[in-house]
Design a protein around this ligand. Structure first.
Ligand SMILES: C[S@@+](CC[C@H](N)C(=O)[O-])C[C@H]1O[C@@H](n2cnc3c(N)ncnc32)[C@H](O)[C@@H]1O
Length: 288
């Protein structure tokens, strides 16, 4: 991504399977249960913030009860076009077709009108890009509309190079990852970014509003089979580090070459920590 918060379709496509494999079971099940225990004659209204090309909808729609009407919001019209093409034939967990509408919007300031009539708010790989103020506004909007929320794949900074499930991170990794974490806190167009503090900020915001919370780890576990994604990732980290610490270019190059070669040769796995969170105004068994 660049600092204006734009993401290429090819990057989103490359990470989609890893994202889907990483999803945590407990928050997802809590979301299914919450919707399933509510009587519904009209379609569920589901809002996907920062939907990109629709990967989150492709994961959720077939697992959630219907009928479903999805509202996809993103500032990138081209990604929204891909989302429509790739989501309109999806079916819910009873095999009924879903309905999808897209809206090109800048999410910088959340607008109350986006949440009117919405039952379920979701976002995937978004909330580490947003600010603490944004998360507070999201929690306020969900509370005002008694909407549940599922926020997935927020980075938590737990990055490990591994062999046989044992971390081999050294002092150079720690140094580089600290620079990366600082870069992740830069403003990406949605205010000073939370970066690796996003998972805790989400828990705090929804807990403060009395929401029931289910939170769990959802790491990428990239083995040599996912080498292209792992290589792309550390290329991106090195680029971010060069931007963040331009005076340390040579040290960054040494780190990058060493870790890239080990990943490329299949000598290392890469663990990239994320967290998923489900939050609802009340637990699944309570009636609405
Ligand atoms: C990491 S991508 C995740 C996309 C999708 N949720 C997924 O899981 O593949 C972040 C998304 O947020 C969108 N985004 C970033 N900044 C935005 C802004 N200010 N307004 C609207 N969308 C934004 C990007 O266009 C991109 O689609």
């Amino acid at each position: 991504m660049n600092t204006a918060g734009t993401f290429s379709e090819s990057w989103l496509a490359q990470r989609e399977q890893a994202d889907h494999d990483a999803r945590a079971t407990a928050p997802m099940q809590a979301a299914v249960d919450w919707l399933a225990t509510r009587e519904r004659q009209v379609p569920w209204q589901l809002l996907d913030l920062g939907s990109g090309s629709g990967a989150n909808v492709r994961y959720l729609a077939p697992r959630l009860p219907g009928p479903q009407h999805w509202h996809l919001l993103d500032h990138d019209d081209a990604l929204l076009g891909h989302a429509v093409e790739r989501c309109q034939s999806l079916r819910d967990n009873t095999e009924a077709p879903i309905h999808v509408t897209t809206h090109q919007r800048d999410l910088h300031a959340l607008e109350a009108s986006w949440f009117a009539g919405i039952d379920f708010v979701t976002a995937s790989a978004l909330c580490d890009l947003v600010s603490a103020t944004w998360v507070e506004a999201l929690a306020d909007a969900c509370a005002a509309h008694c909407a549940a929320t599922l926020i997935t794949l927020s980075v938590d900074g737990n990055i490990r190079f591994q062999t046989d499930d044992v971390a081999v991170n050294d002092a150079e990794d720690a140094w580089l990852l600290e620079i990366l974490a600082a870069h992740q806190r830069r403003d990406k167009g949605l205010g000073p970014a939370l970066g690796t503090t996003a998972p805790q900020a989400l828990i705090d915001a929804f807990t403060a509003r009395g929401f029931y919370i289910v939170d769990a780890e959802s790491p990428w576990r990239l083995t040599p089979a996912q080498r292209p994604l792992a290589l792309n990732l550390i290329d991106g980290w090195a680029a971010a580090a060069r931007e963040q610490a331009p005076h340390d270019r040579q040290r960054i190059e040494r780190w990058w070459q060493r870790r890239r070669e080990a990943l490329d040769r299949g000598h290392l796995d890469l663990h990239v920590g994320h967290r998923d969170l489900f939050a609802a105004p009340e637990p699944a068994h309570a009636s609405r």
